[in-house]
Structure formats: structure tokens, C-alpha cells
Design a protein around this ligand. Structure first.
Ligand SMILES: Nc1ncnc2c1ncn2[C@@H]1O[C@H](COP(=O)(O)OP(=O)(O)OP(=O)(O)O)[C@@H](O)[C@H]1O
Ligand SMILES: [Mg+2]
Length: 257
């Protein structure tokens, strides 16, 4: 039984310059406990898809079920089962790390005691313990990213959506996040749906990859399968072959300054 399944999921935006078909009909399934890497070039429709799957944006076409609930008919039930870490996180700059985490936990209806304990636990897991009393405005980019991720995990979601979770993280923090994602899957059976532009990360972390381009799925398979299918040693080369964006031509013309 798939924990996420979509059929023809689509979203068109109406703009002053006419309609923009950001997502043109995506069919995909994700198995429980799978780590799915959702890849694609800038503007491919990844964030738009995630915002639909997390109920923040209504589809203009197609259907989906997430964690056993119909996305459109029962968005509230979907929201209780999922966590979402947006591409650009949203925390209140005047609050401390601890109060942000506790407020979020209370929003998810944890009791005060549970919220306090869960905050300590996640702070430990994400290396935020020393920062709990700091105002979020004073965090570095990577520290704030780690807080965003903790915010998405407070209620132990069955499905965690992460939009470019490791952008801006240093190599050590990135490795910690990979370990955390694996631990969520191994210890809690959490399904993780993540986007990344780091193909080494996708290769190392994801069980399966779905590549989208111009709002449609253009490849689907395990990292090893995609490399083999395209006769490539690296996922980077396979990705370039799949999306038709070969290596950038070497420009020998003198640069005008
Ligand atoms: N609110 C909106 N109104 C109009 N167009 C939009 C809106 N949101 C997204 N788009 C367009 O939809 C397309 C897909 O955007 P989306 O943010 O989903 O891409 P992405 O794959 O997440 O890209 P990136 O890798 O840069 O984060 C883009 O062409 C974008 O400009
Ligand atoms: Mg995006």
C-alpha cells in the first residue's frame, strides 16, 4: 500500500502574463518508509508539488492521497500525519529557539510536559541544545535550517516533506542530517520525501529518485538504476542526460569586463 499516491496532479497559476503550468500532471507512488529524492532543475515544479502534497496549495487538476487521506477532501487529516520543512523556513525572529519549538509543539496539541521533553530531544538530535535560549534572529543560516527541520518533526509525522533541507549546511551538519533521516526511517518507519540539488546527497540518501522537468516526471528509479540506464558513472551525469542539460559549453570568447 502506497503512503503517497498521485494521479495527474497538476497546478496552473494564473498570472498577469497568462497561465503558468507549473505542474502538468504528476503520477507517482511512494512506499511507506521509503526515502524519496525528488529532483529537477530550477523551476521544474518541485516546490509547487510539495506545497500541494502538504495541503498548502490547492491542485488545479488530478488527485492524491497522503498517509491514507484524500488530499482535497480531507486536508486536515493529511496535515496531522505530515511534517513540512519549507524551502525558506518561517520562524519568528523575536522568539527564542526553545519558545518557537514549544509553541509549535503546542500547536500540534502536545501537552506542556510533552512539548518541553520533545524540544529537548529534538534539540539534542539536531545539535541545537546550546542554542535553545538564543533568539532565532541571531542564528546562522545553517543553525536556522536545523531549527526549521526540528519544527517539522515535533509531532513525529508519518511522512516528512523536506524542501532543500541541506542547502546552506556545512559538511558536518549535512552528514548529521543524513544520519537523522536514516534514523527516522529505520527507527520510526518515517517516509521522507525530499528535494535537493546535491546529487551526491540524492545518491547517498535516497532509496528512489523521481526526476521532474517542466512540471512532469521524466525519470523514476533507484539511483543505481538511473545511472545504469544512462550508462553514467555518476548521478550528476545521469541527471544531465535525463534533463537534456549537457555540460555547459566552454566559452573561449574573452570576457568583457
Ligand atoms: N505563485 C506563483 N505564481 C506564478 N508562477 C509560479 C508561482 N509559484 C511558482 N510558479 C512558477 O512555477 C514553476 C515551478 O516553480 P517551483 O517553485 O515549483 O520550482 P522548483 O522546482 O521548486 O524550483 P527550485 O529548484 O528553483 O526551487 C516556476 O516556473 C515558477 O516560476
Ligand atoms: Mg523549489
Amino acid at each position: 500500500m502506497a503512503i503517497i499516491s498521485t494521479a495527474g496532479l497538476a497546478r496552473t497559476f494564473q498570472t498577469r502574463n497568462g497561465p503558468v503550468a507549473a505542474v502538468r500532471g504528476i503520477d507517482l507512488t511512494v512506499a511507506p518508509g521509503e526515502i524519496l529524492g525528488f529532483l529537477g532543475p530550477n523551476g521544474a515544479g518541485k516546490t509547487t508539488t510539495l506545497r500541494m502534497l502538504t495541503t498548502l496549495l490547492a491542485p488545479t487538476g488530478g488527485a492524491a492521497t497522503v498517509a491514507g487521506h484524500n488530499l482535497v477532501a480531507d486536508p486536515a487529516a493529511v496535515r496531522q500525519k505530515i511534517g513540512y520543512v519549507a524551502q525558506s523556513g518561517g520562524v519568528d525572529p523575536s522568539e527564542t529557539v526553545r519558545s518557537e519549538l514549544i509553541a509549535q509543539a503546542r500547536l500540534y496539541r502536545l501537552t506542556k510536559a510533552e512539548a518541553a521533553a520533545r524540544t529537548e530531544e529534538l534539540a539534542r538530535d539536531l545539535g541545537l541544545t546550546e542554542l535553545l535560549e538564543r533568539r532565532t534572529a541571531a542564528l546562522s543560516g545553517g543553525q536556522r535550517r536545523r531549527l526549521d527541520i526540528a519544527m517539522g518533526l515535533l509531532h513525529r509525522p508519518a511522512v516528512l516533506f523536506l524542501d532543500e533541507p541541506t542547502t546552506g549546511l556545512d559538511p558536518g551538519s549535512r552528514a548529521d542530517l543524513w544520519a537523522l533521516v536514516r534514523r527516522l526511517r529505520d527507527d520510526h518507519g518515517t517516509t521522507v520525501f525530499l528535494t535537493t540539488h546535491y546529487l551526491d546527497e540524492a545518491d547517498a540518501l535516497a532509496d528512489r529518485l523521481v526526476v521532474v522537468d517542466e512540471g512532469a516526471v521524466v525519470a523514476d528509479g533507484a539511483p543505481a538504476e538511473l545511472k545504469e540506464r544512462h550508462g553514467c558513472d555518476t548521478l550528476q551525469d545521469a541527471f544531465l542526460a535525463i534533463t537534456g542539460r549537457g555540460p555547459a559549453p566552454v566559452d573561449t570568447a574573452p570576457v568583457a569586463v
